[in-house]
Write a protein that binds this ligand. Structure first.
Ligand code: UDP
Ligand code: MG
Length: 331
């Protein structure tokens, strides 16, 4: 087989302040991909506005090994956007997404590639353990996924993250979804195609610290809920209906009471309770509507998702949806 006929696999790594982890990742990753001789590889790192020496590390790695390419974003946009940028620049027939901190073991790559060759388009890795997360975080994640799944028709897979192999047609599909506020996990299942699950054990972060804060996770949770479901809006309407029904009942009771026995000016506490209760519900519902309105506002600006400071690789970015040379495969 000549080099030209080899199919290419891109490894996409979003990196934010990962100067210590990247060299370790490079060593372990190349140890694995060097054994897969039937494929050409591209290691595409998206530097998401790091403030440490990540960019210098990438420059050095690229000089050492031309398989390493990198995109330097103009600022920190967050992992979701960094991944989208990576999808725009990746050249491979397949794309494997993994974290820079080696929590996603590169040793799983041959298995992913095997299933890709079997005809699967999206080989996703499910975590077997959440042991290195606090109990609270694990509980929150579980509850959130259960809620999300109940509120939407799109399949949400618990314990599945971004560690996965995507065929070119999945990549091209996701690239056409250009919303600004992104919830990639929902997109993977929304686009469909043939999926295959494999299992992996989450490793410990090799260096640096996790960039997620509790606030960040809360934001992501809201993002997930509002980008894939309008159930909260329906809930607001439902709540409104129930409260009005009770209010109406109460009104009748008061009327009858006033007619039958007359009403001395009592009832201040009950009136306050009702006013405060209904006021609270109104505010909650307004908040829900506001959340969706905010999304509409943000999307209506139609801004580009990101700006690139520098790209050091082989090919310029392709427009979303543009097909590559790959022939359709027989399933
Ligand atoms: N990351 C990124 N931009 C950010 C935050 C994180 O590109 O704003 C990258 C980070 O470098 C890592 C991956 O996303 O490769 C996962 O981040 P992290 O390990 O901090 O998250 P956790 O594993 O704790 O969920
Ligand atoms: Mg991590």
């Amino acid at each position: 087989m000549t080099a030209k006929q080899k199919r290419m696999i891109s490894i996409l790594i979003p990196a934010y302040n990962e100067e210590e982890a990247l060299p370790l990742l490079y060593e372990r990753l190349t140890g694995v991909i060097d054994t897969l001789e039937d494929y050409e590889f591209e290691i595409l790192v998206v530097n998401d506005g790091s403030s440490d020496g990540t960019l210098e590390v990438l420059r050095r790695l690229r000089e050492q090994d031309p398989r390493v390419c990198y995109v330097n974003l103009s600022r920190n946009y967050g992992k979701e956007t960094a991944m989208t940028c990576g999808m725009d620049y990746a050249r491979g027939d397949a794309l494997i997404i993994m974290d820079a901190d080696l929590q996603h073991p590169p040793e799983k790559i041959p298995e992913m590639v095997h299933y890709w060759e079997c005809g699967y388009d999206d080989v996703y890795a499910r975590r077997m353990n959440r042991k290195n997360e606090s109990k609270l975080k694990a509980w929150c994640a579980e509850t959130f996924y259960r809620m999300l799944q109940r509120s939407t028709k799109v399949n949400i897979y618990p314990n599945v993250g971004d560690f996965r192999l995507l065929d070119r047609r999945c990549v091209n599909a996701i690239r056409q979804l250009r919303e600004n506020q992104r919830y990639t996990k929902g997109m993977y299942s929304w686009i469909g195609y043939h999926k295959k699950e494999i299992l992996f054990e989450v490793g410990d972060r090799v260096a640096g610290t996790s960039k997620w804060s509790f606030r960040g996770l809360w934001g992501l949770a809201l993002e997930g809920l509002t980008s894939f479901s309008t159930a909260p809006l329906r809930l607001a309407a439902w709540l409104g209906g129930v409260v009005s029904a009770f209010a109406f009942l109460y009104l009748i009771i008061i009327l009858i009471k006033a007619l039958a026995v007359g009403d001395p000016v009592a009832g201040y506490p009950s009136m306050m309770c009702v006013i405060l209760f209904i006021g609270g519900i109104q505010l909650i519902c307004l908040g829900i509507i506001g959340e969706y309105l905010g999304r509409v506002f943000n999307e209506s600006k139609r801004r580009p998702l990101y700006f690139v400071d520098e790209y050091n690789g082989i090919k310029e970015r392709n427009e979303p949806g543009e097909a590559y040379s790959k022939e359709p495969r027989n399933q």
